[in-house]
Design a protein around this ligand. Sequence first.
Ligand SMILES: [Mn+2]
Length: 430
Amino acid sequence: MVELKIAADVLAAENDKRSNALQSDYAALGENLSRRGVDIETITARVAEFFVAVPSWGVGTGGTRFARFPGQGEPRGIFDKLEDCSVIQQLTQATPNVSLHIPWDKTDPKELKAKGDALGLGFDAMNSNTFSDAASQAHSYKYGSLSHTDAATRAQAVEHNLECIEIGKAIGSKALTVWIGDGSNFPGQSNFTRQFERYLASMAEIYKVLPEDWRLFSEHKMYEPAFYSTVVQDWGTNYLIAQTLGEKAHCLVDLGHHAPNANIEMIVARLIQFGKLGGFHFNDSKYGDDDLDAGSIDPYRLFLVFNELVDAEYRGVTDFRPAHMIDQSHNVTDPIESLISSANEIRRAYAQALLVDRPALDGYQQDNDALMATETLKRAYRTDVEPILAEARRLSGGAIDPVATYRASGYRSKVAAERPASSAGGGGIV
Ligand SMILES: [Mn+2]
């Protein structure tokens, strides 16, 4: 029996208030879609089977390098974080897995697994941390980790990643995500080639012990914390890494880790074409790696990314199973509400991409009819798919309106009474 953090009667009462309106909106949308040759039930079933992992670090309030303003009832540790994650899953039915971060979430793996089982949660990719120093470590990562000039520091960073794999194995994870802060702040500070050679050698050590059924995700980032050069700075370097390491190595695309206006959907298409798309860290940005909520700034770009994913399925790309994860920092909202809303936005982009008339698009592309080709995408994007998202949640036992239900439940004030106010400090941006 799964432990539910939102009382079943609260959820049922909130759904009752909205079920008539949903039924009528869903019927109207169904009729509209059927005129377009689309069966709404098929789309709803596919949306209900689409999941995105929640990052454990996302349920705490984030911060910037200037300050952090803690929220009410912040999780005290990984077990509180898992409880918060279970609320998101209970209401959205879109986030059954949590992505852990070591050492932030380090604890007895047996207890982690037991708590996950009790809450009905599984575990997605493990995330290692060699971009900050843990209290007990012998060597500092100030000048790098997997690419450090010092062999002992590199060995320590490799060892940490192996530990993440061990913990992951014990809790049912099947992937390791490696993001490093290594880079340089001054021209001449690092030899680009030697630094990258050292990185590749360290990653090869990690890859060597990766279990057969695991995948290794490397995550590129253009800048920050290093501001002149970054070792894994872009998708080209990321592709070289995955190609060099072997078939279990794939590239992770964090939407915020690119130059403004970069054509991310095209990067996604290239990685799919060459079998190296590992998955995503979803978020949104206006200027840089802002870590804003997915779909909050440029929902059309999110749709265009999903358009490439659905296109790949349509073309029958084999062994295509990108990992979907959220990676955001919540500074001014209740993190649970942000993650609920982001999971919905991600499903929305997926649902809209499923509505694209692909045979028609193929024809317009073949005929070089640019206007009708782009209009075909826009027609899908303009469709208000909210009734599909709500019905998918309702059918799976979730909330028709998850944010309203969350607020009605009083969960935040309940946990605020149990969890002491946390102090400022400690960001959460990776
Ligand atoms: Mn990320």
